[in-house]
Design a protein around this ligand. Structure first.
Ligand code: ADP
Ligand code: MG
Length: 231
């Protein structure tokens, strides 16, 4: 419990920092990116292709800073939470095009398992829950650089007013030592990772009365999202 409390404090501090500085970071970046583009064109016109490629690297790095600021902002508080009845199947349908696009790059196939619970409704903020599913699917796909299968499924826990959404991959998996760290802000094993995806997921779920659990082995992982069932 103590660790959880510390966790929360850390995120709140990050959030406050983010809210205060996000615009101060973004505005100059927009200007820098704009001028870099102008310089890039000039270099190209003059056949200075090597220098032009440096400009492209700088633009990509700016995009990364922007992404980081965006994720910081997601952690900022207070946030408008609009909890209502949300159809899990509808959410899957909304995120599917985005996921499939990403999956294509990794040679991953996406499978949405339909069962009699597929049409269930949960109590949640649809936009935030979409963010959670997208983060988890993105991680799942990134864990399958040699291809694999991403499965989304839903089932109801017996005797409980809860729905479990599972995001399963056939990727590299995680050992216990890794699992112990994955929810720490900024913890990442990826070259271009921010380490903010899972902390954001956990924070969102805490705010909407949900929960997240992880199971993993050598040939893949399952992330379970527990949500309150709606009637
Ligand atoms: P990021 O994706 O930017 O690294 P996250 O918070 O989303 O940050 O994830 C933290 C770390 O958890 C990842 O770098 C990776 O090591 C691990 N991880 C998350 N999801 C999976 C998964 N499905 N399979 C294997 N490892 C994972
Ligand atoms: Mg991630």
């Amino acid at each position: 419990l103590e660790q959880q409390v510390r966790h929360k404090d850390g995120l709140a501090t990050i959030g406050q920092m983010a809210a205060g500085t996000a615009h101060e970071i973004r505005n100059p970046l927009t200007a820098i990116k704009g001028f870099l583009q102008v310089i890039g064109h000039k270099l190209q016109d003059n056949g200075l292709y090597k220098e032009q490629s440096y400009i492209e690297v700088m633009q990509k790095e700016i995009d990364r800073i922007n992404q980081l600021v965006r994720e910081f902002l997601l952690l900022s508080k207070p946030r408008d939470i609009r909890v209502c009845t949300v159809g899990v199947e509808d959410l899957f349908a909304e995120i599917l095009p985005i996921i499939e696009n990403e999956a294509l790059l990794y040679n991953v196939s996406v499978l949405i398992e339909k069962n009699h619970e597929a049409g269930v409704n949960v109590v949640a903020d649809g936009e935030l829950l979409k963010q959670v599913f997208l983060n988890l699917c993105k991680n799942a796909i990134e864990a399958m650089s040699d291809g694999g299968t991403l499965v989304l499924r839903t089932h109801q826990l017996n005797d409980e007013q809860k729905i479990v959404v599972e995001i399963e991959d056939t990727g590299v998996g995680m050992d216990d030592a890794l699992i112990a760290q994955i929810f720490d802000p900024f913890f990442t094993t990826k070259e271009n990772g921010t380490g903010l995806g899972l902390p954001i997921c956990r924070q969102i779920l805490t705010e909407i009365g949900g929960e997240i659990q992880v199971f993993s082995h050598e040939t893949g992982s399952v992330f379970q999202v527990h949500l309150p069932l709606a009637y």
